[in-house]
Write a protein that binds this ligand. Structure first.
Ligand SMILES: [Fe+2]
Length: 427
């Protein structure tokens, strides 16, 4: 599609040596100000045309690969990461997770953007509860799933609407979204897929990918487990160990999800790669291709880590759910084992103490994490649910842990008396 007036950061210069008489152009060309100058497939008739074209310093649209390379090589970003990577000295004896891995990951991150977005939304009167928006997405998911089988021509429209809503959620209040995920039971596939898309969007934004790439990752996360939805019911009816037959069916779900998305006309290589390879592991033990380390596309690693984390914290009939603390430790352990930064960066996306998790303070109070404090990675904003005397509090109040003399002692399993409606905690 021909585009006019492309932002300069979306373009990259091309080598003039690529322009040859009698050969067709491999891309649309733009000048150095982003103005469209020649369409893909145009054939240069003579050297004069090429010479005139070179004077405008021709550029082409960056591909996803260009963005990824730029990100990896961006020394400025590395500097920012170094600057924001200072560990709070007072928190290095962090008990949560206990080990060095979580301490290393307990680094500060700049969250100033989303606080500003949240406040702007309230000021402009455009704020709709994040909890309500997420519930709308969960309610829409079965419609999306059905459309893949019944009317694939409507899939792209439904996905686009869901993706727009999801971006609004992330920009308005990431922690409310993360809070809802952790406070939910994650029993249905609709919840798993919507929560995957939210976490994958938050995670890839935290890494620093441009919105264009984040959108592809979000779409991939929505669709990665489409091929396993029927299996899910079968899985949840098993309270014994998985049989070989079911395991081999599970190992085919990424390929089946790709086949389904293809029927709806989704052929973007980033989406296909992400879905197809989201169960590959850097040690080559994953599936379907047994890819190793660098062979696994970033987009596949991102949604794969999210899929694994959410599967762990959700209950299954054949095993107990894993507490977020333990699930985070396992993700970080994998990162350590594979020496892979993607795993360790995951904690930056959701926080050392993710919103929606319960903890006991030194005082004995039981609290729920409301959101991260941008200045103190290990001292979040919390809300006390049970006071030090063991009584349920009558009025909920949020405080910054950094402004109190309390610290988090250990995680709490939640349960009786702690079922507060999420819309009360994140309005
Ligand atoms: Fe999966």
């Amino acid at each position: 599609m021909i585009q006019h007036g492309v932002p300069i950061e979306e373009l990259t210069p091309i080598s003039i040596s690529l322009l040859k008489v009698g050969q067709s152009l491999p891309y649309d060309l733009y000048n150095a100000r982003g103005k469209f100058i020649s369409a893909k497939d145009y054939i240069f008739k003579n050297e004069m045309e090429i010479s005139m074209m070179s004077q405008s310093k021709p550029m082409r649209l960056k591909t996803d690969e260009d963005f990824k390379t730029q990100l990896r090589n961006d020394t400025e970003l590395k500097e920012v990461n170094k600057a924001t990577g200072s560990i709070e000295q007072t928190d290095t004896s962090l008990e949560y997770g206990g080990g060095e891995l979580l301490t290393v990951a307990a680094r500060e991150h700049d969250f100033s953007d989303y606080k500003a977005n949240r406040d702007n939304a309230v000021r402009n009167g455009t704020k709709v509860s994040v909890v309500a928006l997420i519930n709308q997405l969960i309610a829409t998911f079965p419609k999306l799933h059905k459309a893949f089988y019944d009317d694939s021509s409507t899939v792209l429209g439904i996905l686009k609407t869901m993706e727009t809503k999801l971006f609004r959620i992330i920009e308005q209040d990431k922690d409310a979204a993360i809070g809802l995920i952790h406070i939910s039971e994650i029993k249905s596939q609709a919840e798993h897929c919507v929560f995957s898309a939210i976490l994958a969007g938050t995670y890839s934004k935290t890494i620093g990918y441009p919105d264009r790439f984040v959108r592809l990752v979000v779409t991939s996360a929505f669709c990665m487990n489409l091929g396993a939805i029927e299996l899910h019911e079968e899985l949840n009816s098993k309270d014994t160990k998985l049989c070989d037959d079911l395991i081999s069916k599970i190992r085919k779900h990424s390929e089946e999800s790709v086949a389904l998305t293809a029927t709806a006309g989704i052929k973007h290589p980033t989406i296909i790669n992400a879905i197809l390879h989201h169960h590959e592991r850097p040690d080559g033990e994953g599936y379907p291709a047994g890819l190793r380390s660098e062979e696994i596309p970033d987009e596949a690693l991102i949604i794969g880590i999210v899929d694994t984390y959410l599967a762990m914290i959700g209950p299954r009939a054949y095993r107990n759910k894993v507490e977020p603390k333990e699930a985070l430790k396992r993700v970080l352990f994998e990162g350590h084992k594979y020496d892979n930064d993607f795993y360790t960066t995951f904690i930056k996306a959701i926080g050392v103490y993710p919103a929606g998790t319960f903890h006991e303070l030194n005082s004995g109070e039981i609290v729920v994490v409301i959101r991260r404090d941008p200045k103190h990675a290990t001292k979040p904003e919390i809300c006390t649910l049970i006071n030090a005397a063991g009584e349920q509090v009558s009025e909920l109040e949020t405080i910054l842990l950094s402004s109190s003399n309390q610290t988090i002692k250990k995680p709490h399993p939640g349960g009786r008396g702690l079922h507060i409606p999420p819309e009360v905690l994140w309005d």
